[in-house]
Design a protein around this ligand. Sequence first.
Ligand code: AKG
Length: 264
Amino acid sequence: MNTIEKDFEKDGVILLKDVWKKSEMESIRKEYEFLDKNLKRKEIIKDEPIIVFWKHVVGEQKRICTFGEFPTLWNFVTNTLTPKIREILPNKIEKLQLLETIIFNKPFEKSNTLHWHQDVAYFPLKPNNQIAVWIPFDQVDKKSGALNYAIGSHKEGIKGSTDLHTRKPFDNENRDLIPTDPEQEGYKVQCMEMGPTDMVCHNGYTWHYSGPNKKKGYERRGLSVRFIIQDAKFDPRPGQGAAFTKQLDLKAGDNFEGKPFPSL
Ligand SMILES: O=C(O)CCC(=O)C(=O)O
């Protein structure tokens, strides 16, 4: 195991600095800004991978884009991101199957907190082994809504899923919840201040949250790409309302596969 993999095993999250050229994320950001102005689609597309445009504003509906409409992002995911993940986590990755891609946008002041959560609590998979990467389009700090992680929290296993804006548990949720303040439970919480040439990579079990954007004149955008790293079966339960679950045409116990979820 290399040092990065050891740290990833121990902490459940790693921040890597200067992993690609500034121009790569710049062209993605420009294409995003163009699409964001014009994108109206709300309905899910079933037979190809999608990108969810998600504004952190209560009441705002998610919008759906395809990679055909966003070619610079497809190029980045397939030619830059996946080789980079294979390079840094060679022993952790059995495969890189695309699960979902989201661009989170926190407009100044209107945006709110995305509460403590772990990704796997929302995912209908068995085994539930995923990693996610997160990359900001601009420099991001605590004031503008950077991501915060409870270091080592992935070792706690599966937790309950809650509404990310209100923290209300979903109906029929009977699993223990993530504590309101992991720092009080003894966890070190690390704020990932970073820029568009950096990436954070987390284990799907690691607890994280992002605060509101309080930086005037700044729109905080972040690209999140999640991958399944081991063969998995479909294992549905209540509270798993991620957009990709509407792309599924599977029965409980089926292999988790299909056109929206290609192996890269
Ligand atoms: O962009 C954000 O603020 C939230 C990102 C997040 O929670 C995730 O990628 O799982």
